[in-house]
Design a protein around this ligand. Structure first.
Ligand SMILES: [Zn+2]
Length: 267
């Protein structure tokens, strides 16, 4: 039965399309004839039509005679947006530095630091000492190789403790991230401890030096980078010794709101 039906369907289909095609052609011819009468600009004699109102320099304003207050878009297209300023650069496991990253360094008491922020760090340390405190920078700028070695050392010690390779790598990254993922490589992070208590553990927060830093670091443009209640966001354990330079404005806001850098820059 199928062979009989198929040709009939084909004929029927052809017939259905014939009428719309004819109507379409007729409409097109009609519109072409009408077009000169619809055009508003010039008459058939070649005389200019009634002069349109002056148009401000408005590219693509569309209809003549309508003035459009055209202004360039104030916000650049996403691909043209500027990078974050150097002092707000986010570095973590998801935002890694390239291996060829370089930065101009200045020597601060305790090690090299980004030259643009070195004075802020020096001033903060000097003001602490002026108040009888005794801070000590135990780590500042690190090279790629420095970070790689520290990370591997942490993995090795965890392996010795009995961790599996996979577990050791995961745990190590919570404390000593792999090369490229540490903001110490930016030259904007300093681990500051009390001279009398140099152990990098949670109790560091009880020293007068940390108490002072947590209360005043933002005045110098620094933040406590890995707060206790933000480990889920930062991916790094609580480090009451790791301070990061972000500039005074951002530091004031971050510390006042109790947020972390990831939240401040919106990532
Ligand atoms: Zn650190």
């Amino acid at each position: 039965m199928e062979p009989h039906h198929a040709p009939r369907h084909a004929r029927k289909r052809g017939g259905r399309w014939l009428l719309p095609a004819l109507v379409g052609s007729a409409c097109a011819v009609f519109l072409l004839c009408l077009l000169p009468h619809l055009m508003p600009t010039a008459s058939a004699s070649g005389q200019p039509a009634a002069s349109p109102a002056p148009v401000e320099s408005a590219p693509d304003s569309g209809t003549p005679g309508i003035s459009v207050n055209w202004e360039p878009s104030p916000s650049p297209a996403p691909e043209e947006q500027e990078e974050a300023p150097w002092y707000l650069r986010l570095v973590n496991l998801e935002n890694r530095l390239p291996q060829d990253f370089t930065v101009e360094l200045a020597q601060v008491d305790g090690g090299p630091f980004d030259a643009r922020a070195a004075e802020a760090l020096s001033q903060m340390l000097a003001d602490m000492e002026a108040q009888g405190l005794s801070p000590m920078v135990c780590s500042s700028f690190r090279t790629w190789e420095d970070q790689e070695t520290l990370h591997q050392n942490k993995i090795d010690s965890l392996l010795e403790e009995g961790y599996s390779q996979e577990a050791a790598e995961a745990e190590a990254s919570r404390w000593v991230v792999p090369a490229g993922a540490s903001e110490h490589q930016l030259g904007l992070a300093a681990d500051i401890v009390a001279s009398q208590y140099q152990i990098l553990e949670e109790e560091q927060e009880n020293t007068p030096e940390q108490q002072w830093l947590m209360a005043h670091c933002q005045e110098y443009g620094f933040i406590l980078r890995y707060p206790k209640d933000k480990t889920e966001v930062t991916g790094v354990g609580y480090e009451p010794w790791h301070y990061r330079y972000v500039g005074v404005e951002a530091a004031q806001e971050i510390m006042a709101q109790g947020i972390c850098l990831e939240e401040y820059v919106g990532q």
